[in-house]
Design a binder for this molecule. Structure first.
Ligand code: ATP
Ligand code: MG
Length: 439
């Protein structure tokens, strides 16, 4: 992408309205623009990041055997009357009336709809187990939308729903998603610690929130340093290995972690003092098992192996895809700007000409741009006729993992500069070596 032809509005000044660093940086680096309270337009660079996060979430769900579909944003009120949540949900639900005076709503979540769709098709135990998911915009009329996309009113969520014949099956589906979440966040390049959540509607131990550590997080968190050290994603563990999944769950459960809501002083004091980690955290995912609450109310029944009718056990599994953009920035930035983890960076390399008015520099940069593109490397090429210092400042702000900087002096000796955004390390390289490094 050539910056001169793109739509990448970068702001020098820190916007006063933004309270936290990720929100400021998302505005300054041109990722989003607010269009109404808690509602954002995703500009090209923000959309690239959002799409990359979404794709990683999708791939890890697919590997875990979940099946993708897409449900609409608008739902009928009747669906929610059936579960009793139309009244219970309260003012967070955006209610809409169509031209025929039918009551509708903008979906804040999809338990009712997925259960009703599944109930229409599932006939016997052979249709189980199934985990279905979609990645779709939600609307919740939050009392206090704030922190940009972190607590928006309209936001993008991956929500999955599992259907099982019995509790043992439901536990296995839960463990499967637990592992998928650990792998998802690891691939995104962030640490998200699973923490037992305040027990859901039916209690039990099957409810975890995934928390990214950041000083601006909304909740206080406590956890054992083991979460910093272990390979929780257990790279070799197969989703077919039910015993292995259960062991992983037990290992997670046995290692202390809690938010202020679930914190247990007595257990905490048993964690060795030098292993206690505290801080603040942002919830980026939530998984829980809720039994037959929705299958019962939405009339989902299948015939069991013995012919009697069975009400399937369900769980639901959310990831805040748009919130993750903010959370990743909270966890990965410095004074100069964003530092994207490789996997979600909008482009891998920023190509910068220090002198946009020097024909030899421009010719060399055009050639490198073409070669990197031909090699399939994602490049943002700052080809504007701007001062070099301004361009470098914008690149630091945008936070691509690598910067390739070309100036007349270096080029006279056939050299370019390659900078690692995270470490700040700079290297003078001959052009071919620099290209090889990046391909
Ligand atoms: P919170 O406690 O932050 O309001 P929640 O418990 O309401 O979250 P869930 O209903 O479990 O959230 O939704 C799944 C995920 O969707 C959350 O873990 C979070 O990452 C994301 N999410 C929820 N509400 C918002 C919001 N207003 N803006 C952006 N993301 C959100
Ligand atoms: Mg909420």
């Amino acid at each position: 992408m050539r910056l001169s032809r793109s739509f990448l509005p970068v702001m020098k000044e820190s916007p006063a309205a933004a309270e936290i660093v990720s929100h400021k940086l998302m505005l300054r680096a041109g990722l989003v623009r607010q269009t109404a309270a808690g509602i954002y337009a995703w500009l090209p660079i923000g959309l690239r990041v959002l799409t990359k996060i979404e794709q990683i979430v999708r791939e890890e769900q697919d590997k875990a055997g979940a099946i993708e579909m897409l449900m609409p944003t608008l739902q009928s009120a009747d669906l929610w009357r059936q579960s009793g949540r139309y009244d219970a949900y309260g003012p967070e639900m955006l209610r809409i009336t169509d031209r025929h005076d039918r009551e509708m709503l903008y979906g804040p979540t999809n338990e009712e709809m997925i259960t009703s769709i599944f109930a229409g098709e599932a006939r016997s135990y052979r249709d189980l187990p199934r985990t279905l998911y979609h990645i779709q915009w939600k609307f919740r009329d939050e009392v206090r939308p704030r922190f940009g996309v972190m607590r928006g009113r309209e936001f993008l969520m991956k929500d999955a729903y599992s259907f099982d014949l019995d509790e043992a099956g439901a536990r296995n589906s839960y463990y499967t998603q637990l592992l998928a979440y650990l792998r998802t966040f690891q691939r995104l390049g962030i640490q998200a610690v699973p923490m037992k959540a305040a027990s859901g509607p039916i209690g039990g131990d099957l409810s975890h929130e995934f928390i990214v550590l950041a000083p601006t997080g909304e909740s206080e968190v406590f956890y054992d340093a083991a979460f910093d050290e272990f390979d929780w994603a257990q790279s070799g563990l197969s989703y077919d290995n039910a015993a292995g999944l259960e062991k992983l769950f037990e290992q997670v459960s046995a290692t202390y972690s809690a938010t202020d809501e679930t914190h247990d002083e007595e257990r905490w004091t048993k964690v060795a003092e030098d292993r206690r980690r505290t801080g603040r955290g942002i919830e980026v995912g939530h998984i829980f098992y809720f039994g037959t609450k929705y299958s019962e109310s939405m009339g989902l029944k299948v015939s069991g192996p013995e012919g009697t009718m069975v009400t399937p056990e369900m769980g639901s599994y959310g990831i805040g895809v748009s919130r993750l953009v903010g959370a990743i920035i909270e966890a990965s930035h410095d004074d100069a700007g964003i530092i994207w983890p490789d996997a979600v960076a909008p482009w891998k390399v920023g190509l910068v000409t220090m002198r946009g008015d020097d024909p030899a520099t421009v010719a060399a940069a055009d050639d490198i741009y073409a070669r990197l593109q031909a090699a399939g490397v994602e490049v943002l090429y700052d080809d504007r006729d701007e001062r070099g210092g301004v361009k470098l400042g914008s690149m630091d702000l945008i936070g691509l993992p690598w910067q390739l900087v070309l100036g007349p002096r270096g080029l006279a000796n056939g050299l370019v500069e390659l900078k690692n955004r995270r470490t700040g390390e700079k290297q003078e390289l001959i052009i071919d070596d620099a290209i090889n490094r990046l391909t």
